[in-house]
Ligand binder design. Structure first.
Ligand code: PLP
Length: 400
């Protein structure tokens, strides 16, 4: 059986072996509780403090501005609910975008039920938000703007610094879900006027079940749940020490290697896009050609959108792990993607895209193997296309 090749790094990334080495002592030998005053506790506390500094350094933050969480979903909820709870959610207005991750959208919906007004900003067919839309949506009672740094389905990158500066100029707080961007793009929270930022370890070769929220010094934040007061009273619960150590190690590696990784990944990504489009006559790229994450490709196959899951399974059979959208979509298989709908796709087209996401350990040789297998997998679905009555040409993306 040929070795499997993993191209679903937006869903999760393989743990970097160096991260595992850093974590192992905290699973085995150093199991103290960081809140304990004795030697075992102090040892664990030191490890957590080191990781806090490593994460802060990756973002240009100070260690006190980092709150460890159980991952990106909790960080998003803590940011949005925590800020609104501190202000009092009733009568406030928050702004987010139509292509956010469900962790943000569902949280905003919850707040809407509690009396907060919510505006969802549209994005263009390229998947990029026009800052003028934000200017138009701001109201005197706007307290928070939450816009993701990079999209998990199409990989497009938002003009963060510009959006954050507009928000600050208005006197509101700016949160970004940077779960897909951290470890891949350089971020400096203070230079970019970001007040709150969510990240997740497993998206940049760290462990699952651990993440962090950057909270700019001075931003009032209520905890999501009451408890023992860990993390400066912002996130109670005994710390996941080994996970936090792993997150810190992943952050340190990313800080040192991110720029080189990005150059290499952009080169293979562009080779993959160019070759895929030239060898599959019905393929089209989804999202802006250049303003996208270094390893992120999202493509559609004209007329085969309803068969995206079958295409994914054909490729799985051939040894390739790819995705048909975000990892969350496996819970809603066959449903149109809210991200693709927001980009202007009709309901049929929004049901199917192929997401190929490269990570630190992917090579050009692996990409070439996928390029060889893809036309056969696509061709195997073509008879179904004719049954459906042919092409769905003329969509927004066909012109990109
Ligand atoms: N935000 C974005 C943009 C994501 O892609 C994800 C995960 O897919 C999350 C939030 C949730 O992160 P986690 O899996 O750590 O809860």
């Amino acid at each position: 059986m040929p070795a499997r090749i993993y191209f679903d790094n937006a869903a999760t990334t393989p743990l970097d072996p160096r991260v595992l080495v850093a974590m192992q002592p905290y699973q085995e030998a150093f199991w103290g509780n960081p809140s304990s005053l004795h030697g075992e506790g102090r040892q664990a506390r030191e490890a957590v403090d080191t990781a806090r500094r490593q994460v802060a350094d990756l973002l240009g933050a100070t260690p006190k501005e980092i709150v460890f969480t159980s991952g990106g979903t909790e960080a998003d909820n803590l940011a949005i609910q925590g800020v609104l709870e501190a202000i009092g959610p009733s009568g406030c207005h928050i702004i987010t975008s139509a292509i956010e991750h469900p962790a943000v959208l569902a949280c905003c919906r919850l707040l809407e039920c509690r009396g907060t007004a919510v505006t969802l900003l549209p994005v263009g067919s390229s998947g990029i938000l026009d800052p003028a839309e934000l200017v138009r949506a701001l109201r005197p009672e706007t307290r928070l703007v939450s816009i993701m740094a990079a999209n998990n389905v199409v990989g497009t990158i938002q003009p963060l610094a510009e959006l954050a500066a507009i928000t600050r100029g208005h006197g509101a707080l700016f949160h970004t879900d940077a779960v897909q961007a951290v470890g891949k793009l350089a971020i400096d929270v203070h230079a970019q006027s970001i007040d709150l930022l969510s990240l997740s370890g497993h998206k940049f070769h760290g462990p699952k079940g651990v993440g962090a929220l950057f909270v700019r010094n001075g931003v009032a934040l209520s905890p999501l749940f009451p408890g023992g007061g860990q993390e400066g009273d912002r996130r109670s619960g005994t710390e996941n020490v080994a996970g936090i150590v792993g997150l810190g190690a992943a952050a340190e590696i990313a800080r040192a290697e991110m720029a080189d990784d990005a150059v290499r990944l952009v080169r293979i990504r562009d080779h993959l896009i160019d070759t895929l489009l030239s060898t599959n006559d019905n393929a089209y790229l989804i999202g802006d050609r250049h303003r996208r994450l270094p390893g992120h490709i999202c493509v559609g196959f004209d007329g085969l959108e309803g068969e995206a899951i079958k295409l994914l399974m054909e490729l799985d059979e051939a040894g390739f792990a790819v995705s048909s959208g975000s990892a969350c979509s496996s819970h809603h298989a066959g449903q149109p993607s809210h991200v693709l709908r927001a980009l202007g796709f009709d309901v049929y087209k929004a049901r199917g895209s192929l997401r190929i996401t490269l990570g630190r350990f992917n090579t050009r040789e692996e990409v070439d193997k996928l390029l060889q297998s893809l036309p056969r997998a696509v061709a195997s679905l073509r008879p179904i296309r004719s049954l459906r009555g042919g092409s769905m040409a003329g969509s927004v993306v066909a012109s990109q």
